[in-house]
Design a protein around this ligand. Structure first.
Ligand SMILES: [Zn+2]
Length: 201
């Protein structure tokens, strides 16, 4: 077996699709080829992380499941395949997933208002409400988490609202994309999608 053949077999093995004799051949190759072994370990780590984050409706607290390492029901996502078939990106993928896992874990503990943007000069914050006043332009992207957003003016970039509500006045204008995200995991997918888009374009 050469290395070129080994890679698709690794994917099949991790999918549980490799027969006994084939698995034995793959194992033989992995024992003798350090490069493939390293790659296989990378696939396994990525797979474990991806699986732990795959959003399937499960009873109980997701965070607790992740923290306690309770396995998720098996489900093959399209993007799992994407990650696995782009080994060069695997290290970055694992890194991003680890970061996002910690992020999802902290989610429920953190309900305070968070406002992020490149230009917050004209943004008003009153209590839990973030206001883009009429006649004002926020240059760049605006992200609000855990609050209400009242848009009367203009946002020249993207508006992202996480776990919050949005009121658009008739004068409101969002030049970029407007996204509303309601749960931690949705946000994780949103970030992953962002990241995948960034590195595949
Ligand atoms: Zn090899």
């Amino acid at each position: 077996m050469n290395c070129k053949d080994a890679i698709p077999w690794m994917h099949e093995y991790l999918d549980g699709d490799l027969s006994g004799p084939e698995a034995a051949k793959l194992k033989e190759h992995l024992l003798t080829c350090r490069d493939c072994r390293a790659m296989f370990e990378q696939f396994e780590r990525t797979e474990a992380l991806v699986r732990s984050l795959t959003p399937v409706p499960v009873p109980g607290d997701l965070t607790a499941r992740i923290m306690n390492g309770i396995p998720m029901p098996k489900r093959r996502g399209a993007w799992l395949r994407w990650v696995r078939r782009h080994p060069a990106a695997s290290v970055a993928a694992v890194f991003a997933l680890v970061m996002l896992t910690s992020f999802a874990t902290m989610w429920n503990e953190d309900s305070e208002l968070i406002v992020k943007g490149t230009d917050l000069e004209h943004v008003q914050i009153r209590g839990n409400t973030v206001i883009v006043p009429a006649g004002q332009t926020v240059r760049g992207n605006l992200m609000v988490q855990g609050g209400e957003v009242q848009v009367e003016g203009e946002v020249s970039g993207n508006l992202t609202v996480i776990d919050g509500t949005v009121n658009m006045a008739s004068t409101a204008r969002i030049a970029g994309q407007y996204k509303k995200v309601d749960q931690a995991l949705d946000y994780v997918w949103y970030k992953l999608n962002d990241w995948a888009t960034a590195i595949t374009h």
